[in-house]
Design a protein around this ligand. Structure first.
Ligand code: OTN
Length: 446
C-alpha cells in the first residue's frame, strides 16, 4: 500500500501558476550575454575591466526584439551582471556600472533599453544576475548578500514585469580570493515580494538546469524530481518514498533524475521543470571569428528541448556595436520559418479519435484520418497542470497496437515532439505505463 500511495501522490505533483505559465506561454526564449567580455574577447571577465571598454555605439534593442520574434521565441533574458561584476544599469550600489561607461556619456541603461524594447514588441523580459562577482569588494563577506539583494531589488522594482530571474550556479573566488555563501532564500523572498509572477532559474530552483550546455534534454525528462536535487524549491508535494534515504550528491548532469528508482528513494518530490540553455555560437559572448550554428542544429535542439519537456533558452550575443550579428539574425529568421512551416497544419484536427481504457494508466488512442497522409511529426502533450505521469508509450502505424512499433518513448510531460516518417490514414498512441490515470492526452500530427 505504501508504494501505491506514494505513486498516487507522485502522479499529483503539479506546477505552480508561474511554472505552468512559463511552460505554456514561454517555452522558448532568448538569452542575451552582453558585458565587457563583448569588448575584451573573454568568456569570464576578470572583474578588473575598465568600465570605459563598454561602449556599444549602435546599441539597438529593437533589432534584438525583432530577431527574437522572427525566431518564434517569446522572451529575452539579459545578463544584467555577469561574473565580471559590471552592471548594465545605473546601480546606486557600485561605480562598476553604466554611470562610468562612455555610452550616452554615463547616462546609459541597457536594462532599460532592453526591457522597453521587449514591451514594444510584445516580448517578456527577464534578467540574469550573476551571484559570482569578481569585482565587488564585498564578495566573500556577509555584506555581499546585502549588496546583491540591493541590486536584485533595483532590477525587480525598476523595469516593469519580469518573467524569469536567472541565478547562475557558477561560484568562484572574488577579488579577495574568497568564495561566497549565497543567501538564495533571501534572494527568492525578494522575487516573491516584488515579482510574484516570475519564475527563478538555478541548479536547485523552481526551474532547474538541464545539466549541459549542448542542447541535450536527456532521454527521460521528468519535471517531477527529488527535493534533494531542487532544494531551493520549497513546494514539496509528497511525503517520503518507500525506500527514502541515501539520495546524496544528486546533480543536474545525472541522468534519469525523475525515474522510479530515484523518486522511490526521495524524502519528497517537487515540480521543477528543466531549462536547456545553449548558445547559437561556440561562446556565450560575441567573438569576431565565431559564427552561428547551422539551422539543422538549432531546429534539432528545438525539437529536443521544447519538444523534450524542457524550456529552450537560446543565447544570442550582441556584437561590439550592440547589435545581433547579421548572420545570427538570418539564422534566427530561418529557425522561426522552419518551426512555423513544420507545425502549422495539424492533420489530427480532421481525425476521428477512439480511446480504449480511458482514465486508466494504460489508455490507447487511435486516430483515423479521412485519407492517407504523410506524417513527419507526432506531437504529444500531457495535461501538465494536473502533473506528469506517462512513463512508457509507443506509436504504431494503423489502427491498433503493432508488434513492431514505429517509435517507443518514455516521458511526455508538457510537450514531446517525435520526428517520424509515416504515410498512413491511422495512427495508434499506446500508453503502456503511467504513474497515475492518464485522463487527457493531446495528440497532433504534422
Ligand atoms: O565551467 N563552467 O562553469 C561550466 C562548464 C560547462 C557547463 C557549465 C558551466 S557553468 C554552469 O552553467 C550552468 C548554466 O549553463 C549553470 O548555471 C551551472 O550552475 C553552472 O555551474
Amino acid at each position: 500500500m505504501e508504494m501505491e500511495r506514494f505513486l498516487e501522490s507522485a502522479a499529483r505533483v503539479k506546477p505552480n501558476e508561474n511554472q505552468l505559465r512559463l511552460l505554456r506561454e514561454t517555452p522558448f526564449y532568448v538569452f542575451v550575454h552582453f558585458s565587457p567580455n563583448t569588448f575584451t574577447d573573454l568568456e569570464w571577465g576578470t572583474g578588473k575591466e575598465d568600465p570605459a571598454v563598454f561602449d556599444p555605439k549602435k546599441l539597438d534593442c529593437d533589432q534584438w526584439a525583432r530577431a527574437v520574434k522572427d525566431a518564434g521565441a517569446s522572451g529575452i533574458v539579459l545578463t544584467a551582471k555577469h561574473h565580471d561584476g559590471f552592471c548594465l544599469w545605473q546601480s546606486r550600489y557600485t561605480e562598476h556600472c553604466m554611470k562610468n561607461s562612455p555610452y550616452k556619456n554615463g547616462r546609459g541603461d541597457v536594462v532599460r533599453e532592453a526591457s522597453d524594447a521587449c514591451r514594444r514588441h510584445g516580448l517578456k523580459f527577464g534578467f540574469y544576475l550573476s551571484p559570482w562577482d569578481r569585482n565587488s569588494e564585498y564578495y566573500g563577506t556577509p555584506e555581499y548578500n546585502d549588496y546583491y539583494k540591493n541590486q536584485l531589488t533595483e532590477l525587480l522594482t525598476g523595469y516593469g514585469e519580469i518573467f524569469h530571474v536567472w541565478f547562475d550556479g557558477a561560484c568562484g573566488e572574488g577579488p579577495n580570493g574568497r568564495k561566497q555563501e549565497y543567501d538564495f532564500e533571501g534572494y527568492i523572498e525578494l522575487i516573491r515580494k516584488y515579482q510574484p509572477k516570475a519564475t527563478f532559474f538555478n541548479d536547485a530552483g523552481e526551474v532547474r538546469w538541464c545539466g549541459n550546455e549542448s542542447g541535450s534534454s536527456g532521454h527521460s525528462q521528468w519535471s517531477v524530481v527529488p527535493k534533494e536535487l531542487c532544494f531551493l524549491n520549497k513546494e514539496v508535494q509528497t511525503g517520503a518514498g518507500p525506500f527514502a534515504g541515501g539520495l546524496r550528491g544528486l546533480y543536474n548532469s545525472d541522468s534519469d533524475l525523475g525515474t522510479l528508482p530515484m523518486i522511490l528513494r526521495s524524502e519528497g518530490l517537487v515540480f521543477s521543470p528543466a531549462e536547456t540553455d545553449m548558445s547559437i555560437r561556440p561562446g556565450w559572448f560575441w567573438h569576431e571569428h565565431e559564427e552561428p550554428k547551422s539551422l539543422d542544429a538549432l531546429f534539432d535542439t528545438y525539437i529536443r528541448t521544447v519538444g523534450g519537456n524542457t524550456t529552450f533558452n537560446l543565447n544570442v550575443p550582441p556584437d561590439r556595436n550592440g547589435l545581433f550579428d547579421t548572420r545570427d539574425v538570418e539564422r534566427l529568421r530561418e529557425l522561426g520559418e522552419k518551426i512555423r512551416e513544420s507545425f502549422s497544419d495539424d492533420l489530427a484536427a480532421d481525425a476521428s479519435v477512439t480511446v480504449t481504457d480511458a482514465g486508466t494508466t494504460h489508455p490507447c488512442f487511435v486516430l483515423r484520418l479521412p485519407e492517407k497522409r504523410k506524417i513527419s511529426y507526432v506531437v504529444l502533450a500531457e495535461d501538465i497542470a494536473s502533473g506528469q505521469r506517462v512513463e512508457l508509450f509507443s506509436i504504431s502505424e494503423g489502427a491498433g497496437i503493432a508488434r513492431f512499433a514505429e517509435y517507443t518513448g518514455t516521458t511526455i510531460g508538457s510537450k514531446k515532439i517525435i520526428p517520424i516518417e509515416l504515410e498512413t490514414d491511422a495512427v495508434t498512441i499506446d500508453i503502456r505505463a503511467a504513474r497515475g490515470p492518464v485522463e487527457r492526452l493531446s495528440v497532433e500530427l504534422y
